[in-house]
Design a binder for this molecule. Structure first.
Ligand SMILES: *[C@@H]1O[C@H](CO)[C@@H](O)[C@H](O)[C@H]1NC(C)=O
Length: 235
């Protein structure tokens, strides 16, 4: 069933890419970065997204179990490094904000047309996966994201994505192994969201507290996740 969903997602994105004449079908969120490019879909992974999240304990350490209904594509334009469910990306490549898009894996989007989305980047492996004493570390929060739907643009179409937590480039310390850097897509009312008080522990003051608490506190629901590994060259 997920395979069908993925196939549909690809089709949807392929349509989105070729139909440049009707920009309303493009669901890419490009911020104001000069070298932003359209991202090609890549589903070379054979296991399902959820299985991969479970195998790498993203579901577990960071998120409660959920069935992904959106796929988040993330691309670091300077090196064209793509985030693909647990691939390795050099630290040098992630120093600037990535571009991204997200699209429904289900033929009939379960979210209301007026849904707004929030994208976050969190590190559950600070200072290391074995000793997560600073975990989770909040690296980025963008709110007010919309995904255009066929037909007239929804009310929220003109809302600009709001960066309530600036992008902090991943910089895992020397000798702390590979860190998981996890992008999470949340759905729910986001116009009044406030940033957490602190990046460390997302302000909750306890180890391994973070986006799960923040989402619950703000009534946001997890609909997608993607992640990569990065480590300091000195190990
Ligand atoms: C999100 O959108 C709402 C409504 O358009 C606006 O009031 C709010 O300031 C925006 N948030 C950010 C962080 O830009």
């Amino acid at each position: 069933m997920l395979a069908t969903g993925l196939a549909y997602g690809c089709l949807l994105l392929a349509t989105a890419i070729t139909s440049t004449a009707s920009p309303v079908h493009r669901d890419q969120q490009i911020l104001d970065f000069p070298d932003a490019t359209i991202i090609e879909p890549d589903f070379s992974q054979t296991s399902s997204i959820r299985d991969t999240l479970i195998a790498n304990e993203v579901i577990g350490d960071v998120l409660d179990d959920f069935e992904p209904s959106y796929y988040i594509e993330v691309n670091y334009p300077s090196t064209h490094d793509k985030v693909v469910l647990g691939n390795d990306i050099p630290v040098d490549a992630v120093s600037k904000r990535p571009v991204f898009n997200f699209f429904s894996l289900k033929p009939h989007s379960v979210e209301a047309k007026s849904s707004t989305f929030t994208l976050v980047l969190t590190d559950p492996d600070a200072k290391s996966r074995d000793k997560p004493k600073w975990s989770e570390m909040c690296h980025w929060i963008l709110t007010n994201l919309t995904t255009p739907t066929p037909g007239p643009p929804p009310e929220t179409h003109n809302a600009k994505p709001g960066e309530i937590m600036e992008y902090l480039p991943p910089s895992p310390p020397p000798k702390t192994g590979a860190h998981r850097y996890v992008f999470v897509l949340l759905v729910g009312e986001s116009s009044d969201l406030k940033a957490p008080k602190d990046r460390k522990h997302w302000g909750y003051g306890k180890v391994r507290h973070g986006v799960r608490d923040w989402a619950e506190e703000n009534d946001l629901r997890v609909v997608g996740a993607n992640f990569f590994f990065a480590q300091n060259e000195m190990q």
